[in-house]
Design a protein around this ligand. Sequence first.
Ligand SMILES: Cc1ncc(COP(=O)(O)O)c(C=O)c1O
Length: 389
Amino acid sequence: MPGFELFGEEERQAINEIFDSAGGIVFAHGFDAMRNGSYKVREFERDFAAKVGVKHAQAVSSGTAALKVGLQSLGVGPGDEVITQAFTFVATVEAIRETGATPVVVDVNDTLNMDPEAFRAAITQKTKVVLPVHMMGECAELDEIMAIAKEHNILVMEDAAQALGASYFGRYAGTIGAVGAYSTDAGKSLNTGEGGLVVTNDEQRYVLARGLHDHGHEYSKTKGRGEESAICFGFNFRMTEMQGAVGIAQLKKLDFIVSRQRENKAKLMQRLQALPVTFRRSPDPTGDLGDTIVFYLPNRDLTDKFVAAMRAKGLGTKNLPDAIGWHFAKHWPHIMNGNARYEGKCDSSWMKSADLLERSVAIPVMVKMDDARIEHVASTLIAVGREVL
Ligand SMILES: Cc1ncc(COP(=O)(O)O)c(C=O)c1O
């Protein structure tokens, strides 16, 4: 997953360029006479759109901002309902609330992503958008979700924060619905410290997203920033030139990151067939980002024992179970209060998800794992399996 593993001379050089030859202009807009034609954020947006195969990419200050701006670019606001899944990072539901809409949170299935039938069952007259999340590098069952959405005239937006570089039957995660949101925070495929992108093929939605992320600015080709008018009520979710510069350098490494992760995951998976566990179901294994291996143990007690034994041998997990509190709606009464569906009911609302998530163990797969490390991780997990299962 993490682009940070590959930080190097290219990122350093990209930042230096801003000071050496672009007048030290670290703001993405204006100062045209001083910056020597250097617009890093714009270049990052163009490169990113070309890479994932969409018409428009709007860089923003975080993945959370990308979600909010993306939802608002689809017209989401007070009175609407947005359906998302119980297993996601807390930001997905925060962003829905930030638009004034009501989050409707449905169970995941054994893919650990949105259960299409749970989505169908949650649709009401107020449902405006469905927001599947591609968790831990694997895409949700988009064919099914898109078909149900079409039947009910619901827009699809993808939260691809954890799947930048993954694909679904040949198309990049995040580019299949009407709008996609990515994060480039410190734990993601590309790392710009903080950052995010909203992508779409729709010109009008893009223009609105651009305004929403920057106080409503119209982005006129003829007027200066000060004379521009506002096309909408916006906010400041701008990315800086330093983030844009690092993003350009990181993007060039994406193919390498993804291919190494996939290779390392394949090697680990081959060895882990010796473990008596059930692996997470993948709708399209060829498109997997390859940054995580998830398996289910038979019950919670054995899961606790397994993870304790892993820790005792120096192996950690990735979010499941160590950061489950940030990734499972059961733990978010602070967000659900005031939401009649869930207020006081977080513990009992997502039993199917709870059963899966509380028996899940997620193992990180790194870009820079060499064969010795892969063998160490695999043999340790197998030894833990023998000890506990
Ligand atoms: C699924 C998901 N959505 C949204 C976000 C928010 O991204 P950011 O940290 O860039 O705000 C994250 C971050 O971890 C995430 O995992």
